[in-house]
Ligand binder design. Structure first.
Ligand code: AKG
Length: 252
């Protein structure tokens, strides 16, 4: 079995795979430089999708690909080292659907509640995944991503509004009460990547450490994968309710 087939097998068995050192130090530095530029750009654009920590640092920036049409991050999203793995897992040619930063600064970086990405994406064929690229160390100590191993096999769960910025929906805690999933915190160095299934349950804790956690997320879908428009509209409505709640809370 070649490496690509091994990755695919592990991906569908566990719900995620970690691959070390896909990107070199030089490439990670290019990403970090671009993060700085994109932060400045996003402060100037109309209706940006971004969220801050209580000390006004960037916590998450979403839909970056809507506004940034060139640069090293977009180039890296077409890189064969990445797309060969993505296309093998998704069973054909894929398309970038979103680019996001999950920045989680030291001391104030916020938690991401437990969720499945497909509750946001609404892709019934499930031919979609996220690539989480570590641009700084990411682990248990600084609010690294964690997974409930094999949870993708149980299908999509009805989410509820999270009332949290950046991840607007979450899995109701009562659903998880009787589940016995193994919780795994991958330990990542800069340049390492996680590839996760769109229905694996995952989240991350606050960053109470002294070390920033910087993740770039590239989200892909099979070019033929359709979106369930009705479910998508429901998600948009939840998203609006969540952001109205957050605006009201911040204006007090
Ligand atoms: O980086 C995080 O804390 C959350 C990221 C996430 O939920 C994702 O990549 O799907």
């Amino acid at each position: 079995m070649n490496n690509l087939s091994k990755y695919k097998k592990e991906f569908f068995s566990e719900g995620f795979i970690k691959i070390e050192r896909i990107f070199k130090k030089k490439e990670v530095n290019q990403i970090l430089n671009e993060v700085k530029k994109i932060k400045k750009t996003f402060l100037k654009i109309k209706n940006p999708n971004m969220h801050f920590t209580k000390d006004r640092k960037f916590n998450t920036i979403h839909d970056i690909n809507k506004f940034i049409k060139k640069g090293s991050i977009l180039e890296l999203s077409k890189d064969k080292r990445l797309t060969n793995i993505v296309n093998t897992i998704l069973g054909g040619k894929s398309k970038l659907r979103n680019l996001e930063f999950f920045l989680k600064p030291a001391k104030t970086g916020k938690a991401a509640p437990l969720h499945q990405d497909n509750a946001f994406w609404n892709i019934p064929s499930k031919k979609a995944l996220n690539v989480w690229i570590a641009c700084k160390k990411s682990n248990y100590k600084n609010g690294g991503l964690y997974y409930y191993s094999k949870s993708h096999k149980d299908g999509l769960i009805n989410h509820e509004i999270s009332y949290q910025p950046g991840t607007s929906q979450k899995i109701p805690s009562k659903y998880l009460k009787n589940k016995k999933y193994k919780k795994i915190y991958p330990n990542l160095k800069p340049g390492d990547c996680l590839f996760h299934h769109c229905e694996i349950i995952h989240g991350s804790n606050k960053n109470n450490s002294n070390f920033d956690r910087v993740g770039l997320v590239m989200s892909f879908k099979n070019i033929k994968a359709k979106i369930n428009k009705k479910a998508w509209a429901k998600y948009q409505s939840n998203l609006r309710k969540n952001s109205i709640f957050i605006q009201k809370k911040n204006s007090h």
